[in-house]
Ligand binder design. Structure first.
Ligand SMILES: Cc1cc2nc3c(=O)[nH]c(=O)nc-3n(C[C@H](O)[C@H](O)[C@H](O)COP(=O)(O)O)c2cc1C
Length: 397
């Protein structure tokens, strides 16, 4: 471990800590407690990130990003790279997870659902929201919203196949306009879904503008299905705003907010802003990169550490738990067990280009909640992980 000077770490904790606009969460306006769910995000909430989010703020519910099912794929069970929590790691991690499938072919959906329902999972989600042309062009994802009769018939068929309370649906508010929502929603509001999540933007809107939570509110008053709202919850403050607009919800799905503030689920639980000192954040980020590295190079070793109980425990903001996790991960990845301490940087972290790219993607979201010193472009441009952390710590001075 290389020594660095003590004053390297003499930064101002309050400016460097993660901040979440500090309002107490409003008391929820439904009878049963809201469920806060990690949203499906392709490339973002894959298993390594879900594991890390569990270590960070222990959300109780998660969803896989979509699994594109075809006539032949998957050919058996759900592949480990999508949802090991349901297979090789069953019972090892405490959160509930629902797998999400995407296809424009109802037969494909039913075939894939039969591979996993009910012995692997008791709920399967259908994606009716993906805006990308490769899906939408084939009536998959948001594409199906452009043909309301097909939308109704497909969901009816899925519900009657799986039975009451086993199909989850995630949809956008329309294909081209929010005005389509009423019609689309009225056609499905009495179907007995496990949950219906509305991301209140149209396919046309993509991710631009704010989601329209007044639509979510209007829908929640017309259905007995647990209705989940999705869109633009990134802090206690924005959660409070959305809950002020939409009442009687079953839950809230949080997507990019979980990347912007990975401790958000703890904040929601406690109603308090969480502050994370830079050194703890550095060790947490190191864990994020190493989990991704192992995921790519030796998934089985990663699974083994989890089943042995040596990795994947909730660390929260506890520096010692992050340090322990970082050491185990470094050792497992073939490095020397080390952590960022008051007096040391780590050299030779065994992290390659792919895992570094994942770390940078997270960093691109996360840094927006940190002080302006963290917006320096050099951190983002670092060519290797040692440089990334050198620049990270330089920003804290
Ligand atoms: C990079 C990215 C990937 C996404 N992938 C999926 C997906 O696989 N399935 C899905 O239903 N929604 C997906 N979404 C949509 C999110 O689940 C969520 O509904 C949307 O981002 C709005 O919520 P947010 O503002 O909390 O992020 C994705 C969003 C993003 C930004």
């Amino acid at each position: 471990m290389e020594a660095v000077s003590q004053e390297f770490f003499s930064y101002n904790f309050s400016t460097a800590a993660l901040h979440c606009a500090g309002m107490q969460t409003r008391q929820l306006n439904s009878q049963t407690p809201l469920k806060y769910v990690v949203a499906p995000m392709e490339g973002l909430t894959t298993f390594p990130s879900r594991l890390w989010l569990h270590m960070t703020s222990a959300p109780k519910y998660m969803t896989t990003p979509f699994i594109k099912v075809t006539k032949n794929y998957p050919d058996k069970n759900i592949p480990d790279e999508y949802a090991p929590e349901l297979t090789v790691l069953k019972g090892a991690l405490p959160y509930e997870i629902i797998p999400q499938l995407i296809t424009g072919e109802p037969d494909n959906f039913l075939r894939a659902a039969d591979l996993i329902f009910p012995h692997v999972t008791d709920t399967v989600e259908i994606n009716c929201g993906c805006p990308c042309p490769t899906s939408a062009g084939k009536l998959a994802g948001s594409g199906i919203l452009g043909d309301s009769q097909l939308f109704f018939k497909s969901l009816e068929r899925y519900v009657s196949h799986l039975g009451s309370g086993h199909l989850a649906v995630k949809m956008r508010s329309g294909f081209t306009s929010n005005e389509e929502f009423d019609h689309l929603f009225n056609g499905i509001k009495d179907m007995p879904f496990a949950r219906l999540t509305v991301h209140a933007r149209t396919r046309k809107a993509g991710y631009k503008g704010l989601a329209d939570w007044t639509l979510i509110h209007a829908a929640s008053r017309k259905t007995k299905t647990p209705l989940y709202g999705s869109g633009d919850v990134t802090s206690l403050f924005s959660l409070d705003e959305r809950l002020g607009t939409a009442h009687n919800l079953g839950g809230i799905m949080i997507g990019r907010g979980a990347m912007i503030n990975p401790w958000l689920f703890s904040e929601i639980e406690s109603g308090q802003k969480v502050e994370v000192p830079p050194r703890t954040l550095a060790n947490a980020l190191l864990c994020y990169a190493l989990i991704h590295e192992l995921w790519q190079t030796d998934m089985k070793k990663l699974f083994a550490r989890i089943t042995q109980g040596r990795l994947g425990f909730h660390c929260g903001t506890d520096p010692a738990k992050w340090e322990k996790s970082a050491q185990i991960l470094l050792q497992t990845a073939g490095g020397i067990p080390a952590v960022f301490t008051k007096s040391g940087m780590i050299t030779d972290i065994p992290v390659g280009g792919n895992a570094l790219a994942r770390l940078k993607t997270l960093w691109g979201y996360l840094r927006t909640q940190l002080g302006t010193e963290y917006l320096r472009p050099n951190i983002m441009k670092s060519g290797d992980i040692n440089r990334f952390f050198t620049d990270f710590f330089a920003a804290t001075v």
